[in-house]
Design a protein around this ligand. Structure first.
Ligand SMILES: [Cu+2]
Length: 191
């Protein structure tokens, strides 16, 4: 494309024009070995561990009716009250047959691990009975995150420093049909 002009368009809109130099160039840039150092947060820094369920309730003929977090509706009173500046581990217990991309507003966090568990034991006794090893996050998931993929019938643990501002925020599944069918909850950060 040397010496040419390339137009980027969307439908009938001209978005951007690239003017490609006609001179020859040598690109000496290099991708650094480390893009940005991320210090892993030690589990011992967490002040508390909250177990949070991801729920789906079906109708009598097996149609999904409502999806909830912690078996609570959006409009129920706030149950997660967090101290500004504290660090917590949230264990997301997925009791549904779907994966859910869970997003927390305001904060960034790190993924600790995922582990499959026996859903029948949890449904009967609210106890996590692991059925597999703790699986650490993949290399591309070891940076700062604000969404985490929660696979079905597994726990996904994240460690969250609540830094920023006090106030009321939300956390929710990022699938539109789920968050609008009540898979969204408020949480409160207090100073
Ligand atoms: Cu979902």
């Amino acid at each position: 494309m040397r010496g040419e002009r390339v137009q980027l368009v969307s439908d009938r809109l001209d978005l951007m024009q690239f003017r490609v130099s006609s001179k020859s160039l040598e690109d000496t840039s290099q991708v650094p070995a480390v893009l940005s150092p991320v210090v892993r947060i030690a589990e011992s820094e967490a002040m508390r561990n909250r177990e949070m369920t991801l729920n789906q309730f079906d109708s009598d003929n097996g149609e999904p009716m409502v999806m909830l977090l912690n078996r609570k509706h959006w409009a129920d009173p706030v149950t997660e009250i967090v101290k500004l500046g504290s660090t917590e581990i949230w264990t997301l217990v997925n009791l549904t047959e779907d994966a859910h991309p869970i997003h927390l507003h305001m904060v960034r966090f790190q993924i600790l691990d995922r582990q499959s568990f026996a859903d029948y034991e949890y449904l009967a006794n609210d106890k996590i009975l692991p059925t597999g090893e703790r699986i650490p996050p993949s290399p591309h998931e070891r940076g700062w995150k604000d969404v985490v993929q929660c696979p079905p019938y597994a726990t996904t643990r994240i460690i969250v420093p609540f830094q920023g501002y006090a106030g009321r925020y939300v956390w929710h599944c990022h699938i539109l049909e789920h968050e609008a069918n009540d898979m969204m909850r408020p949480y409160e950060v207090i100073s």
